[in-house]
Design a protein around this ligand. Sequence first.
Ligand SMILES: CC(C)(COP(=O)(O)OP(=O)(O)OC[C@H]1O[C@@H](n2cnc3c(N)ncnc32)[C@H](O)[C@@H]1OP(=O)(O)O)[C@@H](O)C(=O)NCCC(=O)NCCS
Length: 192
Amino acid sequence: MSLAKHGYPRPVILKNGEEVWLRPLDPLVDEARLFGFLGRFSEEDRWYLENDVSDPEIVRNYLLGFHPSRMIPIVAIDDLERIVGKASLNRFHAPGARGHIGRIRVLVDPEYRGQRLGTFMLLDMIQLSVNLGLRMLITEFIKGIEDKAIRAARKLDFFEQAVLPDYAKDRRGNNYDLAIMVKRLHGDFEDF
Ligand SMILES: CC(C)(COP(=O)(O)OP(=O)(O)OC[C@H]1O[C@@H](n2cnc3c(N)ncnc32)[C@H](O)[C@@H]1OP(=O)(O)O)[C@@H](O)C(=O)NCCC(=O)NCCS
């Protein structure tokens, strides 16, 4: 399936009535937008990201230099043409033992939180995964830190299937568990 068939750009209406558009990240035109988006995160938020987004080389290599067969990044664009949310669907090589699995991460601009954008982006990732023929989605959250994301994932039928105790650390060195949440997909119908 090509991404075009998934119907991007797709509009979503937030809780406050504002419209934003979801579409794939385009490394050729979105570099400045992506740096702007990442620059609006607090130090606290950045601590929990998987990549050091304060390093431009890391942003260019990992977030802009992705291989489309391994990662599909979707961004939310507001009416000022800013990126205000980003979701990524990470895949393994297919066919192969893990070819049916997708791993999802979602990040929302601090100003746009609590407006259901995270939920809509997660829902979009689920629909995209169904269209791509994936059978299982995995997402990991730090318990006690990413609880809002856990609530959003539960509402979309992700189940906590494992917990890794004392997995992550906060900036003071306290330990937090990691919840591994899984959603099984069915190929012959869309859940939503
Ligand atoms: C986690 C994150 C993606 C959620 O995005 P969001 O757009 O704010 O989330 P939503 O508005 O869809 O809210 C999801 C649920 O979280 C809960 N929630 C949201 N804001 C809340 C608040 N201020 N207080 C309590 N619960 C809240 C609610 O249960 C909500 O569902 P509801 O609106 O249907 O009641 C966003 O906060 C974020 O980017 N955080 C930093 C990075 C992160 O934690 N990423 C997760 C790892 S993938």
